[in-house]
Structure formats: C-alpha cells, structure tokens
Design a protein around this ligand. Structure first.
Ligand code: BGC
Length: 743
C-alpha cells in the first residue's frame, strides 16, 4: 500500500502543474497554429533567420566580442529574428519597421534586454530582494519593471535567474535568490508572474526567461564560467526547484547556461534542454543560448568548429543562437548535408514564432514603446515602493543598542558607498540612471537635516585617497556617531567578478580602524552584492546593517532604518561564512556519516575543520530587529498525516520589545530516514508577520506532503512515508522542535 501511494504520488509530482498548463493553453495552441501556417510560407533560410539573435555594434556590451555591422540588410533578408541590448525606442521601432515592411514575410523582431532587478527604477539586487522574503513585493517589483520595460519598447527580459548558489566567491550570487531551493522557487515563480502578468500580449507585460539552464550557480571553486560537476541527483534534488517553479508559472523562454553538465556544455546538452526542460518540466516556449555559448562549445572542446557547434545545439533543442551567428552561418548547409533535419528547424522556428505571437507582435509590432512613457516610468508610487522594498531587503546583522539613532544626532557619514549614485544600483542595472539615485548621503540629509551630516569619502573601494583618512577623522570629530558605508562596488558584483578573497579591501579596513581609534560609536552600512567574510567588521563596529546595493531609493531606505522610522526586518537568504575556506556553505548540508554534533563529539574522526568552525558567522534566515520576538507553544496539530494530506504546525510569536516590527517566521524539517541522504534541515514554509509592541499571534503552517518530496536514487521526485522533525523560529538554527509522521 505504501509503495502504491508513493508511486501514485510520484506520478502527481512529475506532472506539470495543471493550472499553469490550463492557463496558457488556449493562447498557446492558437499561437502554434499560427506559427505552423506561417512556417509553410517560409524558406529554409528565413526559418533559420528566426533562430538568430544579434547585438548591434553599438548595443550594450554584456559579453566578449560580438556586434554585427550591416544589420539593416540582415533584417531585410529575414536573417535575424531578434536583437538584444538596444536601449533606444526610436531605434527599435526603426528596425521593427524594416522587419515588418521590408522583409519578404514581414515577421516582427523580438527585442531582449537584461532587466534583472528593475528597468528605470532599480530595486535592490536580487540577492538583497530575496532577503525580504516578501513574495508579493518581489512580484510587484517585476510587474513595475515589466511596465517600464514595455514602455521603452523591449519585449523580453532575461530574468529570472533561477540559479541556486551557496558560493559568494561567485559574483553572480547577486543575481539569484540565495542558497535555498524552496525560497528560490517561490521567488522565481513570482518574478515570472510579475513580468508576464495575466496577458502576455498586453502592452505592460513582457516575456520572462528562465536562466541559466542549468546548474550555473555551482561553478567549481566559484570561478565564473567554470565547469560544473554535479550529479543528476543533486541537480534534481536541490538545484531544479526554482527552474521548475518558473516554468510552471508559465515562463515562455529559457536560456541555456555557459557551463557543462556531465561533460556536455549546456547549449549542446539534449538531456538538459529537451528531456529535462521540456519532457520533465513541461516547458513549451523557446530556449535562447547564453552570449556566444553555442560557439563556445569549440573552446569547451566538444565541437570541432562553429558548424559542429550549431549542429549540436540545434539537435539539442536550442532554438536561438545569441550573438555569435553560427546558426545563420551554417544552418542551411547543416540541413542540406542531412546533419540537422528540416523538421528540427521547423520545430525550433515554430516555438520562436509562437512566443512572438503570444506577445501580440503580429497584431501590432509597435505596441511596445508606443505608450506615454512619462505615465509609466518613475511613477511616484513606484519609487515609494522601491524605498519600502529596499528597507525590507536590508538585514540588521549586529547591534549593541546604537541603532536606531537618537533624534538630533550629529552623524559623520564616511565611505566609498555613502554618496555613490552609480554603485548603489548594483550589477545589471537595466536602464537605471544614476542621476535618479537618491544616495545614502541625500537620504540622511533629508531625514536628519543637512547641518547634522558631515560627509567624507575616506577612501576608494580598493585604493586609499590622499588625506582621505584625515578628512574622515575631522568629520567624526564633529559627530556623535559614525555611519561607515563600506563594501564592494557594483563592478564587483554580477558576471565575471569572481573573488578568492571575500573580506573587505585593506583601505576600507584601515578606514574602519582609524575611525575606531576616535572612540566614537560606529555603525557599518555594508554595501555588497554577495556574502562576505566580515568577522573583523562585526567585532569592531557597534552595529552592522547590511544595506546591499539597494537600488534607486537606497538612501531614503537607509534613513528610514537608521532613524527607526522603520524597523529592520530582512533575513539572510545566503549564509555569511565565517571564512572563505568554508565555501560553498549552506545551511541545508547533509548529515554525513560522521556528523560533528554526534554522540562521539569528542572524537577526532568527525566531519569538521580543525582551524575554523563548521558554522557560518551568520546563518541562513538570520536577521535582527529593533524589537524582540519570542517564539513559543510549538504545536504539531497533525502528528500523523496520511500521504496526500497536509501537515499543520502552529507556533506563537510575541513581540516582547518596545516597538512594532516584522519578523519572518520560518519552518524547517528533517526527514529522519529516507532512501537518499537528506539535508540536516530544509525550509518548507515561511511567513512575514507584523506585530505591535506587546502583541502576539498564532501562525499556522500548512505543508502538503507533496512538499516533502525529494529525489530518489531512481531520479524520481516523490514523497515517502516516515518520521520528520520540524523546527520553527527566526532563522535556520530555530530551536523550537516538534515531530510528525507521514503514513
Ligand atoms: C549573461 C546572461 C545575459 C546575457 C545577455 C550573458 O553574458 O550570462 O545572463 O542574459 O549575457 O546580456
């Protein structure tokens, strides 16, 4: 019986979510019908043209070489289906006009751009946003970004990035949602809903792109573009959920990753792009390569030349070649030589055309970019929302009572991020404009009065400034407290910014030391797109507020928090390591056969470091507030649950401090005996709760047993009966514990 239930459940889990499929079904089938008819009229060359994406010579550069000359002629001949990285509405409409009016079949172009955490209004970097654990807010940020993007004339964003990563040596952790598959899945799906809305053809929605498929977040040793060596088991168990969730939310495009998987580069990996993405996850849209990643199979050493690379990618079910041009160069010859069938080309092409149809481009190719921009872009309520989201994303890491600041306080504001309109926008700042950033300095001046802020830059990110420290000391001298805005610049966040040393650069540490010498209270405002080794700063500072790269409205958000107008409520979505040697580090590690916390804990032969703790400096889920929250009365309402039922767990949370606040209540489980090894804890529920001082609430979690599914050795995801431990609290070290069984 148990077996039968497991098998039945396995079937249910592996089926694509019905509701998502149902939702998109009518439009999708209409789109495919349209595409099939159109394909009949197309020459082979024209079909291959739809599979080629170029960046124009003057486009924004987001990768090595690329950029085609003479794009007009290519458009007229139908040799290009898409462009990326054009910012100008006028230019996009000009090119569209050429495609529609001057090419034989008038097929519209699709324009793509990296709108990663906002378009004009820039929200905090994605890793930061994920620390808000506010799924609705994140969806809204994508909604706003979509409306602004569409108003500029862009149809398609290369987002959400669904790559789980637990290695902050890798700069691209900033683009994802941290180390946890459950939180990552909720966020990926929310972003897709935000971008695509309910109607993809509306003039305020855009196509989303599930990237980077797959496992890009685990490059060896944190070095970008490096090999990924991961089992299918690990991929399915821990890395797949955010991609899956984005597909199930209806994302119409996906992007292959740069890395190899099981020795085959993702862009030529049919198991990934066809069997898994389409077969298992039910993806129905089109896949674009990453920048040059088709041609890069030559450098990987799995393709002899560009033609061979195009052959492999086409046969792997990769629809669109980004930038390099191997598809258009060799596609026809490959078909003529029988290396790629015309049926394959038809399939690749129809999936591209169907998305263009769903976007409404065949109805009105100029719909995007024709809106009244001033009504859509930089709307006041959206700026206000960006301020709120930035504040919710910031995490109070330590505080000995110096925060919130007292009214009338005099502040020395020091550091390379304190008045840096550009850096605060972070990596991948879309079409954000530094001139619209409100810096920390401006935010504090507006809140505390200009006369109370004494600013000094102190140093550059990685360089000293002559007289910088002296100037900082003079500022400190006039003030009651020092706010030290240090960290990494936007250039050390995002793609191609891997680091081996994740502590703060020496000039900034020297600045901290000099200011510490004054005896003034020091609050570190830590700006970064990745987790860092901040042992030193935490030890020396009176408080550390992780401000991240907070986006356009970072300044007012910081002012809201340090003044106490708002209470910090962000919680880490990535562990802050004790030291770089622990990486990759994540809370949901496996037990191992020799867990450090075992009955033989005095033995030498346990899984641990001899020179550092196993634990991070700050764990996943961690975040302080100006008030105190107490958790009590954990009750497992359903100690015995039937497979297919729902586990219910209640907990009481009380605000026992002096002011109102919000906390993120988190629920973790451990599957005690499973067929494959399970993490020590896994997040399975969370809720943001707002409480007035003295107030208490009961929070009830409802966990369907399907959420307890995991990857078995036959690579199928299913839930089993068995015993589980459950914890609820404010971080991944939550202490309140209960038990339940699934039968
Ligand atoms: C990045 C992608 C991005 C693409 C287009 C690549 O270098 O890996 O994430 O979407 O460029 O800009």
């Amino acid at each position: 019986m148990k077996r039968f239930l497991s098998a039945l459940f396995a079937l249910m889990v592996s089926m694509p979510s019905l509701s998502a499929a149902e939702k998109s079904a009518p439009k999708e089938s209409e789109a495919y019908k349209f595409a099939d008819k159109l394909i009949k009229k197309m020459t082979l060359r024209e079909k291959i043209g739809q599979l080629q994406q170029f960046v124009p010579k003057k486009g924004v550069v987001t990768g090595p070489d690329g950029g085609v000359e003479n794009i007009e002629e290519s458009i007229r001949q139908g040799l290009v289906g898409s462009f990326l990285n054009i910012r100008s509405t006028k230019r996009m409409h000009e090119l569209q006009r050429m495609a529609v009016k001057e090419s034989r079949l008038g097929i519209p172009l699709i324009f793509g751009f990296d709108i990663i955490h906002g378009c004009r209004i820039i929200f905090p970097e994605n890793l930061a946003m994920s620390c808000s654990w506010d799924i609705e807010a994140i969806e809204r940020s994508a909604r706003i970004a979509a409306a602004e993007t569409a108003a500029i004339g862009i149809h398609w964003t290369f987002s959400p990035m669904c790559d789980i990563s637990a290695d902050p040596r890798w700069g691209r952790v900033s683009e994802g949602s941290g180390e946890d598959p459950y939180l990552g899945a909720k966020i990926s799906a929310a972003m897709v809903r935000g971008y695509q809305g309910k109607d993809l053809s509306a003039d305020n929605t855009i196509a989303a792109c599930v990237k980077h498929f797959a496992a890009y977040g685990a490059p060896q040793a944190g070095r970008d573009y490096h090999t990924v060596d991961m089992s299918r088991f690990m991929l399915i168990d821990r890395y797949l959920p955010p991609y899956r969730a984005a597909v199930e939310a209806g994302a119409v495009t996906a992007m292959s990753s740069f890395n190899d998987f099981e020795g085959v580069p993702a862009s030529g990996n049919r198991w990934l792009l066809h069997d898994l993405l389409r077969g298992e996850l039910g993806f129905k849209g089109f896949v674009v390569s990453d920048w040059n990643s088709v041609h890069e199979m030559v450098a990987h050493g799995t393709a002899a030349n560009g033609k061979d690379a195009a052959r492999q990618a086409m046969n792997a079910h990769l629809n669109m070649d980004m930038v390099y041009g191997d598809y258009i160069k060799y596609g026809e010859a490959l078909v003529e030589e029988g290396e790629v069938s015309e049926k394959t080309i038809n399939q690749l092409c129809r999936e591209v055309l169907a998305v263009k149809y769903q976007l409404g481009l065949f109805d009105n190719p100029y719909k995007y970019g024709s809106q009244n921009k001033s009504e859509v872009i930089y709307r006041a309520e959206n700026l206000q929302f960006a301020r709120e989201l930035a504040a919710k994303s910031m995490v109070l890491l330590s505080n000995n009572g110096v925060l919130p600041l007292k009214e009338g306080v005099k502040i020395a504001l020091v550091g390379p991020l304190a008045d840096n309109a550009y850096a605060q926008l972070g990596a991948w700042r879309g079409l954000g404009e530094a001139k619209r950033s409100v810096t920390i300095r401006e935010g504090l001046e507006a809140r505390f009065g200009k006369e109370n802020i004494f600013y000094a830059k102190g140093c550059d990110f990685r360089k000293t400034i002559e007289g910088g420290i002296e100037e900082a000391l003079r500022a400190a001298d006039k003030a009651d407290v020092v706010l030290l805005s240090i960290g990494l610049s936007h250039k050390e966040s995002g793609e191609a910014t891997s680091l081996t040393d994740i502590s703060l650069p020496a000039p900034q540490q020297a600045l901290l030391d000099a200011l510490k010498g004054t005896g003034k209270k020091i609050v570190v405002l830590l700006g970064t797109g990745r987790a860092l080794d901040i042992r030193n700063e935490v030890e020396k500072a009176d408080a550390v507020l992780l401000t991240w790269h907070g986006g356009t409205m970072e300044g007012p958000a910081v002012a809201d928090l340090v003044s106490g107008d708002k209470n910090p409520s962000g919680h880490l979505s990535i562990s802050f390591p004790y030291c770089v040697g622990q990486l990759p580090l994540h809370y949901n590690m496996k037990m191992t056969g020799r867990p450090r916390k075992s009955p033989q804990h005095n033995s030498k032969y346990l899984s641990r470091y001899t020179d550092a703790p196993n634990e991070p400096l700050f764990p996943f889920g961690y975040g302080l507030s100006y008030t105190e929250f107490e958790y009590s009365d954990l009750k497992v309402v359903t100690p015995n649950v039937l497979m297919g039922g729902t586990v219910k767990v209640r907990v009481k949370i009380s605000n026992t401090g002096q002011c109102a606040g919000e906390d993120v209540v988190q629920l973790y489980v451990r599957d005690l005996v499973a067929e494959t090894t399970r993490p020590v804890r896994e997040l399975k529920g969370f809720e943001r709760v707002s409480l007035a001082a003295g107030e208490s609430k009961i929070v009830e979690f409802k966990i369907p047993t399907s959420d307890l599914a995991y990857c078995h050795s036959d690579l199928k995801v299913r839930a089993d009966s068995g015993d589980f431990l459950v914890w609820v609290g404010a971080d991944s070290n939550a202490k309140l514990q209960g038990k339940f069984a699934v039968r």
